[in-house]
Ligand binder design. Sequence first.
Ligand code: ADP
Length: 675
Amino acid sequence: MRFSSDRKIALMTIICSLLLCTGSFAQTPYLLNDTTIIHRLDKQVDVFIDSTNRLLLEQISKPEFQKHFHRRGNLTFGYLKSSLWLKIKTKTYSPHTNWYLEIPAPFIEYVDFYQLEGERWYHSAAGYYRKHSVREIPHTGHVLPLQFNKEDSISTVYIHITGNSPKTFPVLAIEKEKFHEQVRWEDVGYGIFFGILLVMFFYNLFIYFSLHQGNYLLYICTIICTFFIFSSASGYGGKFLWPEQPVMNFYAGRLSLAIITVFLSIFTIRFLEVRKYSLVMYFILLSLLPLAIVAALLIVTGTLYSAGNNLITLSTLVYMATGIVCRIKGNKTANFFIAAWTIYLTGGLLLTLRNSGVFDFNFWTTHFAEIGATMETVIIALALADRYRKLRKEKEEAQREALLLQQNATEKLEEKVKERTEQLSRANQELNITLETNRIQTNMIEKKNAELDAFFYRISHDLKGPISTSLGLSFLARKEIKDELALEYIDRQQQLSERLNHIITGLINLTKLNHTDLKKEKIDFIKLVDECIESSRSLPHFNAITFTKDIQNNIEFHSEWTLLNAIIQNLIENAVKYSGPVSPFVKITVRCQGEWVTIDVQDNGQGIPDEHQSKIFEMFYRATQNSNGTGLGLYILKRSVDRLKGTIEMKSKLGTGSVFTVKLPSMMEDTPVTH
Ligand code: ADP
């Protein structure tokens, strides 16, 4: 109440009495007779625009002031900064009917009704920035129950309207019951509107939780902002959510306008894939984000109250333009977007034109924004659902293709496996046949070899006698013959006979190899090696050679003495035969590891040229043609090592020397002996 002190009240009473006496309300009162209709009083209202914003009731109600009031025929003042004084006079013939005077514009910040009751002015406060509890009738609009003078049934009211909001509104007179019926319809309408927002909120929340796609979350945020914008603009927020905090009416709506710009811009970028379709629109949308922050700051600091409204007007145009650009560039989802924003923009446009006074204050200019917001919310939700449907379809198709590919691959794999299995079984059969053939061939070869061995053995034995005789005869002849030339012939004959004898002995040994039973015994390697060295004594150069023995102690090894002896002796003889001229040496090393024994015979002799090394173990192969060797030694040696189930390896370098390594397993008591 502005009349706080007693002094002021007293003064007011005197002034009022004076006013009444002078008949300040000479205008014809509007007759309220029909209770079934809503009486629009715009044309019956006298208006005074107070550009000083300072005049008080005491001043404007003076009789001499009344000439400043004018009847305009409408109440569309648009964004008028000055405060307004309205003067309304009504009359009724049924004193028991209750009439309400209503200004159905929730956004008007301060509304002060002054009604003459008896002899004093009664004050009733309302307004967007006032607590709900001060209102006489709790409603989103500003309502005053009319009091009629008992004598002349006339009601006299001054209304003082102040604030920055647009001053375009109607003034209505409604019978009480009709008013409540009207309120019920409004409640139903807004109930549907907020209900749709709520449904959309939960619907998108549900999809977000099942898909985890940011678009849905952004959209939910825009729904929350829309809810705050419209609940505060419609007055329902003030009526039900924050009746005692009118400051919320200021912040909830205006700040939400700035915040929604942030969410809508990001949502638009993602939803329409703007970056892909238009870089220019993408950057324009991005630039709305800092603008939104600036707008929010301007609102909070009270610098520019309308910053949110201006920003949303600009943003809406940008969203619409983005939709059109993306559609032109081939984005079909933009259709939904354009449709949604067209409706929303139309609502916004109607509202702006109404507020600025171009259009009248009626249902469509007032509520089309809400209808537009509802439709926009639903259309975008449908678009999101459509996108989700498309995504799911694409995913299903991809899965189906992947499944087909997998099936094909499996089928091909099965075919391949089948093919390979058949190939394998064929190869197996062939292998079996080959193995069988090989076995038969081996048997035949073994049989042939045995026959050959027997043949060689007989021939060798048959030749051995005459050769020995020939050697003996040449020995005797050497004693008798004195002639030099004859002696030379005899020597050559003796050499040839000796060579022949070597070959025959070698062949006899070879044929014997497979036909002699192997006798196992513990091998004393020191004794064995000494024997072998001793047997080589007759060889030329023997005395020039330095022999080194490196034999491991206590070797527990069982094998065939004669064969082992022949192997080691052959290696030592070759090492002596092919020794080098400078400090020749022969080193024999014997090592034992578990069941295996390794014998190395190393020399620093002539070595074997690389090209001969692979053939050195072949029968009659000789790397050195000028020696009087037979090329049988290493061949028989290899056969002997095979017989003892061992291996032989050779490493040699021309001019540096050779090392022959024989590896043999110990012949255990139960080792089967092969023939
Ligand atoms: P041969 O009776 O010719 O010595 P072998 O079978 O024992 O027959 O040797 C085959 C050939 O291997 C020899 O002619 C010789 O050229 C070469 N050879 C064998 N042992 C050695 C060695 N220790 N150093 C160099 N050459 C060797």
